[in-house]
Design a protein around this ligand. Structure first.
Ligand SMILES: Cc1ncc(COP(=O)(O)O)c(C=O)c1O
Length: 327
């Protein structure tokens, strides 16, 4: 049996699974269920806290007192890291891709409220963000601090274990609910959530195919990235699950206008789910993935008679800077 490393228990778990009855009925396709990972916490909402539970446990074991991470200016991962660090009494330094002087709205407002320091770099500089984080770490060391660096999205081998654990949680919940899920659907931004679920599927015999909708880059990029991540985890955790590249199902075609850019169809989908179910998706990840799912229901990839589990990975704060697009 897989020995999970130490985790901190910051996420409120298990998150519920609920059926989207009215939304599914409207679609006349499969039954859609939601895994409410948007309920992992209020300020800690979303998938990233499951990764941070393992990453920050290691940071504490190593006696680090400042966390460094990176992301876009509305990064959910950066916000979750900043909040978790504050809850643990650690400092947090964020390296953010920013067009300069953006208002403190959404995730950025929370980053600042919980006291994270922010360093803004251009999109060009962001290409060497790992190096820039190392430079920031050197600076903090010279000030007598002990930094712990977390890569973009928390998607390294240790962070990904958060979603291996989520796959175990889902397996146990479905047994309890006596519900069969045929397909799991998740948004893919840095690949860790998908990679963890796929490993967990094999470890815990979760009888469902896992589909990822990429919200940036393309199918080829993520198939390779997820495969490399899976290999890294297998080595680090001495796992031997036989996963081939062909087991990775990435559905491309729903990046829309580009990463973090919203199309009218995506905005309309978020409004529809909110009005019909009282559930708010986010504009960068889950809104795009839900649009993709509904479109693929129309083309028969997801069929009537199947049960689909859509992972709501959070991201609600990303809505606020985009409010003018909605009404
Ligand atoms: C709300 C939300 N959903 C989905 C994702 C994608 O997860 P991953 O980066 O593990 O692919 C992210 C982060 O990138 C996110 O913030």
């Amino acid at each position: 049996m897989f020995q999970f490393p130490k985790s901190l228990g910051l996420a409120q778990l298990p998150t519920p699974i609920q059926r989207l009855q009215r939304f599914s009925q409207n679609l006349e396709g499969p039954d859609i269920f939601l895994k409410r990972d948007d309920l992992t916490g209020t300020l800690l909402t979303g998938n990233k806290v499951r990764k941070l539970d393992f990453l920050l446990a290691e940071a504490q074991q190593k006696k680090c007192d400042v966390v460094i991470t990176c992301g876009g200016n509305q990064s959910n991962h950066a916000r979750t890291t900043a909040v978790a660090a504050a809850q643990l009494g650690m400092k947090c330094h964020l390296v953010l891709k920013n067009k300069a002087n953006l208002p403190s709205d959404g995730n950025l407002l929370i980053d600042k409220l919980v006291g994270a320091s922010t360093q803004y770099i251009s999109a060009e500089e962001y290409k060497r963000v790992d190096e820039i984080m190392l430079e920031a770490a050197d600076q903090l060391k010279s000030e007598g601090l002990s930094p712990y660096i977390i890569p973009e999205g928390g998607s390294n081998a240790l962070g990904t274990i958060g979603y291996i654990k989520a796959a175990e949680e889902i397996t146990l919940q479905l047994q309890r609910l006596k519900t069969r899920i045929h397909k799991i659907v998740v948004a893919v931004g840095s690949g860790g959530t998908y990679a963890g679920l796929l490993i967990g599927k094999y470890l815990f015999d979760l009888q469902a195919e896992i589909y990822g909708f990429n919200v940036c880059d393309d199918k080829n990029f993520f198939t390779n990235k997820i495969f490399e991540l899976i290999k890294e985890i297998q080595i680090q955790q001495h796992l031997n699950v036989k996963i081939q590249k062909s087991d990775i199902n990435i559905i491309d075609g729903y990046v829309g206008k580009g990463y973090a850019l919203s199309s009218q169809a995506e905005i309309d989908m978020i409004k529809k789910v909110a009005a019909v179910e009282g559930i708010v998706l986010d504009p960068v990840y889950t809104g795009k993935a839900m649009l993709g799912l509904v479109d693929k229901i129309k083309t028969g990839v997801f069929k009537h008679g199947e049960n689909i589990l859509f992972i709501h990975t959070g991201g609600v704060f990303g809505l606020f800077p985009k409010k003018s697009l909605f009404f």
